[in-house]
Write a protein that binds this ligand. Structure first.
Ligand code: SIN
Length: 548
């Protein structure tokens, strides 16, 4: 019997697999595409971590919490910022090569939106994810303790006695097969394919979230889909990303008249948190009936050397980033919510673990801080493996699960309420019409009318036999939870902007939890005791970095 079955081969999945196999566990990695066909591979900006002075975990914590709209789990953020630097060094020891200054060989640090100083390590200029994926796949290939199976499509989790004991999959030859394991770790990434315009690869179809939901795991914060403000507006999918690091190097957003507008929107101007920038652009696009605004990167010197990926994408579109304004519009980029986990990646189902974008560990709250996503996978995957090595199977009441576990145990099976689901049983939908409905009704700006319009066209579930049909069904499941929570969240917070409820509501400081068969329920945020001194930001520390 396998000790650990990992689903997904991005930074979270491969980090977990390598660490578990290093510790002597018998590990298999299943992925529905090729090993490197992951969102990690597309990541440009980098990995945020407080690696050197004047940065500190305390500052990284403060920026993460500021971006998160009041909904971060503080315990989880403390783990992220304290363990982040060590995990980045582990990645370097494994072979990932980050960019270094020619003069002193020190790591080059970039600044991105919402960060109070430069703390983002990058590789190949703007090809950070590709370098990390390369290093992890190379380490996996060299590891005798890991079996990697490509093009195995996982259909569902197998439950026995309330615990997860494996998965059913469609093997490359089309047969349905079971793969059993003592522990199953979901690292299947996000659900950008919910929307017509996304930076995510076609594999991002919410499979892990949907199968965990069907099996009875609690999921939360799904309404917080993050839209990257600056995707290049060309007819390509995924949309080429124009990294936030461009604005860190001096690029400026301009409207259709060439006017810079971000200084009027936020004290950090073009480096405001991502939700603020995406909203500022979208409001202008809607009010002026435009398809895009512009990113002016002409002030960046050595463009092709510092941003080779962006330079290639721009040139392919007939644009020269050193002289042309680049057309940009927001695109679905990252799901801040997912499967609820404790501080060690344990879900509410024994034997089931989740890490990376598929998980809701609470580190991102209502809006993920730029370049905290690769770090999330890097930090929480090894924690899950340590817990498995300790023989744990049950979740603990830590992190997000402090509030969620008691809410889950309070659910009365006799009171199952399918209110959210029963309106359109038996309907059908195509991928294109789902994406159009979500883009129009549940995008950057939403209101009750637009969200109800999506619900009206969403079927409860679809018949499925092929991987593509299962993927569509999974997207429908995630869409239903996203819209249900977005309707209930009658406020604007983080990446969730309601045109009919424009303010934050203190009554809604908490998470909407989805449990299969039950009405979406609200769990107030659990307040934590005073954090450890090393991550506590004093006023003097904050002031000293604001001038950096
Ligand atoms: C970017 O490079 O702008 C994207 C980085 C991220 O998604 O955090």
């Amino acid at each position: 019997m396998l000790d650990l079955l990992v689903l997904g081969s991005g930074i979270a999945g491969l980090s977990a697999a390598i660490r578990a196999a290093d510790a002597g566990l018998k590990v298999t990695v299943l992925t529905k595409g090729a090993l490197s066909n992951t969102a990690t591979n597309y990541a440009q900006g980098g990995v945020a971590a407080a690696l050197s002075e004047p940065d500190s975990p305390a500052l990284h914590r403060a920026d993460t919490l500021d971006a998160g709209g009041g909904l971060c789990d503080i315990e989880a953020v403390d783990v992220l910022v304290r363990e982040g630097p060590r995990r980045v060094r582990d990645l370097m020891a494994l072979g990932a090569e980050f960019d270094r200054a020619a003069i002193d060989g020190e790591l080059e640090l970039a600044r991105e939106g919402g960060h109070s100083l430069a703390r983002v390590v990058h590789a190949g200029g703007d090809a950070t994810g590709a370098e990390i994926e390369r290093a992890l796949v190379a380490a996996l290939d060299d590891h005798p303790g890991i079996e990697a199976r490509e093009r195995w499509f996982t259909v569902d989790l197998i439950l026995e006695g309330g615990a997860v004991v494996g998965v059913t999959t469609i093997a490359p030859d089309g047969t349905l097969q079971e793969v059993r394991a003592r522990n199953v770790l979901l690292a299947t990434g996000g659900a950008g394919q919910l929307f017509a315009v996304t930076t995510n690869p076609p594999v991002s179809t919410g499979d892990g979230i949907a199968m965990a939901y069907r099996a009875g795991a609690a999921i939360a914060d799904i309404e917080f889909m993050q839209f990257h403000p600056t995707a290049l507006d060309v007819a390509l999918m995924p949309r080429p990303l124009l990294s936030e690091a461009l604005r860190g190097e001096g690029a400026v957003l301009r409207d259709e008249n060439g006017e810079a507008f971000m200084q009027a929107e936020h004290p950090l101007g073009d480096l405001a948190p991502r939700d603020v920038v995406a909203r500022a652009i979208t409001r202008r696009l809607v009010a002026r009936n435009l398809a895009h605004l512009f990113l002016d990167a002409t002030a960046i010197s050595d463009f092709a050397q510092r941003f080779p990926t962006v330079a290639r994408a721009a040139r392919a579109a007939g644009l020269d980033p050193e002289s042309d304004l680049l057309p940009v519009a927001p695109a679905a980029h990252y799901l801040s919510g997912g499967i609820c986990t404790d501080l060690d990646g344990a879900t509410t189902l024994p034997g089931l673990w989740a890490c990376g974008e598929v998980a809701c560990s609470g580190v991102h709250g209502a809006n993920r801080l730029a370049s905290n996503s690769l770090l999330d996978g890097l930090v929480f995957a090894p924690r899950a493996v340590e817990a498995i090595l300790d023989g744990r199977r049950e979740p603990r009441a830590t992190g997000v699960l402090r509030g969620v576990l008691s809410a889950v145990s309070r659910q009365n099976p006799n009171a199952a309420d399918m209110r959210v689901s029963d309106s359109s049983v038996g309907g059908s939908i195509t991928l294109g019409s789902l994406q159009r409905a979500m883009t129009f009704g549940a995008g950057v700006l939403r209101d009750a009318g637009s969200l109800t319009g999506v619900l009206d066209v969403l079927p409860l579930s679809l018949p499925a036999e092929t991987p593509a049909q299962y993927e569509l069904n999974n997207l429908v499941t995630v869409a239903r939870t996203l819209v249900a929570a977005a309707l209930r969240r009658e406020e604007s917070r983080g990446t969730h902007t309601r045109l009919d409820f424009t303010e934050q509501s203190t009554a809604l400081l908490g998470r909407f939890i989805h449990l299969n068969g039950y009405e979406t329920s609200f769990v107030p945020l659990v307040t934590h005791s005073q954090p450890p001194a090393d991550v506590l930001l004093t006023d003097s520390k904050r002031l000293s970095t604001e001038v950096v």
